[in-house]
Design a protein around this ligand. Structure first.
Ligand SMILES: *Cc1c(COP(=O)(O)O)cnc(C)c1O
Length: 222
């Protein structure tokens, strides 16, 4: 199943988005065991993304094939220390205190950490991230921190069937991404799109999608 899903996705997902930017598929591996993650990597997955520090730590040594590592979940400031030097891209910079901690820890470990600023595009209580209107200012502030390299934006669209709303929000994120890129040439990534909405996100100009269910099937929360 996993192998078939990966092969099908890799053949279906365009190599480039509508702006000619390379599309990166990140496998969202929360609650998946190392065996299944390794199966996905063997089938062609090059990037994997974790949500929980504890899971990340437990599985870290068991992942084979050397995929690029992403951290895509909410990150508590006191847990940053466990990830430093092990994560290629943090997607969920959702507050300046987290940016400061990442910067401080990276500086003392003599590494540079790359991160995306998370934007709460649907203005949802249940989701983290900067408000749309605050994002540009926060991006500038985080960009000035040492040993932290901002590389773009991340967003999660709301869970809704309202396609027009989803398209409007996805387009707004692309506009914001272009504004960020204008002020910082290092902004490469717009990480937006999950199993239910990734096609719409790619059509809007996302270039990183994070898929869990589409690769591993329904998650077992028990
Ligand atoms: C779980 C998760 C995903 C993947 O969700 P699916 O709907 O299973 O594809 C993507 N991004 C984040 C931040 C997640 O927590």
């Amino acid at each position: 199943m996993i192998e078939e899903n990966v092969k099908k996705l890799l053949s279906e997902i365009p190599e480039k988005n509508i702006y000619g930017e390379k599309v990166t598929l990140v496998a969202a591996v929360k609650l998946q065991n190392a065996t299944d993650i390794n199966r996905a990597v063997n089938a062609g997955i090059t990037d994997i993304g974790d949500n929980h520090v504890q899971e990340f730590k437990e599985k870290y040594g068991f992942i084979t094939g050397n995929p690029r590592r992403h951290f895509i979940g909410h990150l508590q400031t006191n847990k940053v220390k466990y990830l430093i030097g092990k994560v290629d891209l943090y997607h969920s910079l959702d507050r300046l205190a987290l940016a400061e901690e990442l910067s401080k820890r990276s500086l003392s470990a003599e590494v540079v950490s790359s991160a995306l600023l998370q934007v709460n595009i649907g203005d949802e209580q249940s989701k983290g991230g900067f408000a749309f209107d605050e994002a540009l200012d926060a991006y500038k502030k985080a960009t000035a921190m040492p040993s932290l390299k901002l590389k773009g934006l991340m967003a999660m669209l709301p869970f809704t069937d309202d396609l027009q709303l989803l398209k409007r929000l996805a387009a707004k994120m692309r506009e914001l991404f272009e504004r960020v890129r204008d002020l910082d040439g290092g902004a490469e990534y717009l990480s937006m799109g999950m199993s239910g909405d990734y096609k719409l996100c790619l059509d809007a100009g996302s270039n990183v999608i994070r898929l869990g269910t589409a690769i591993f099937g329904q998650r077992n929360y028990n």
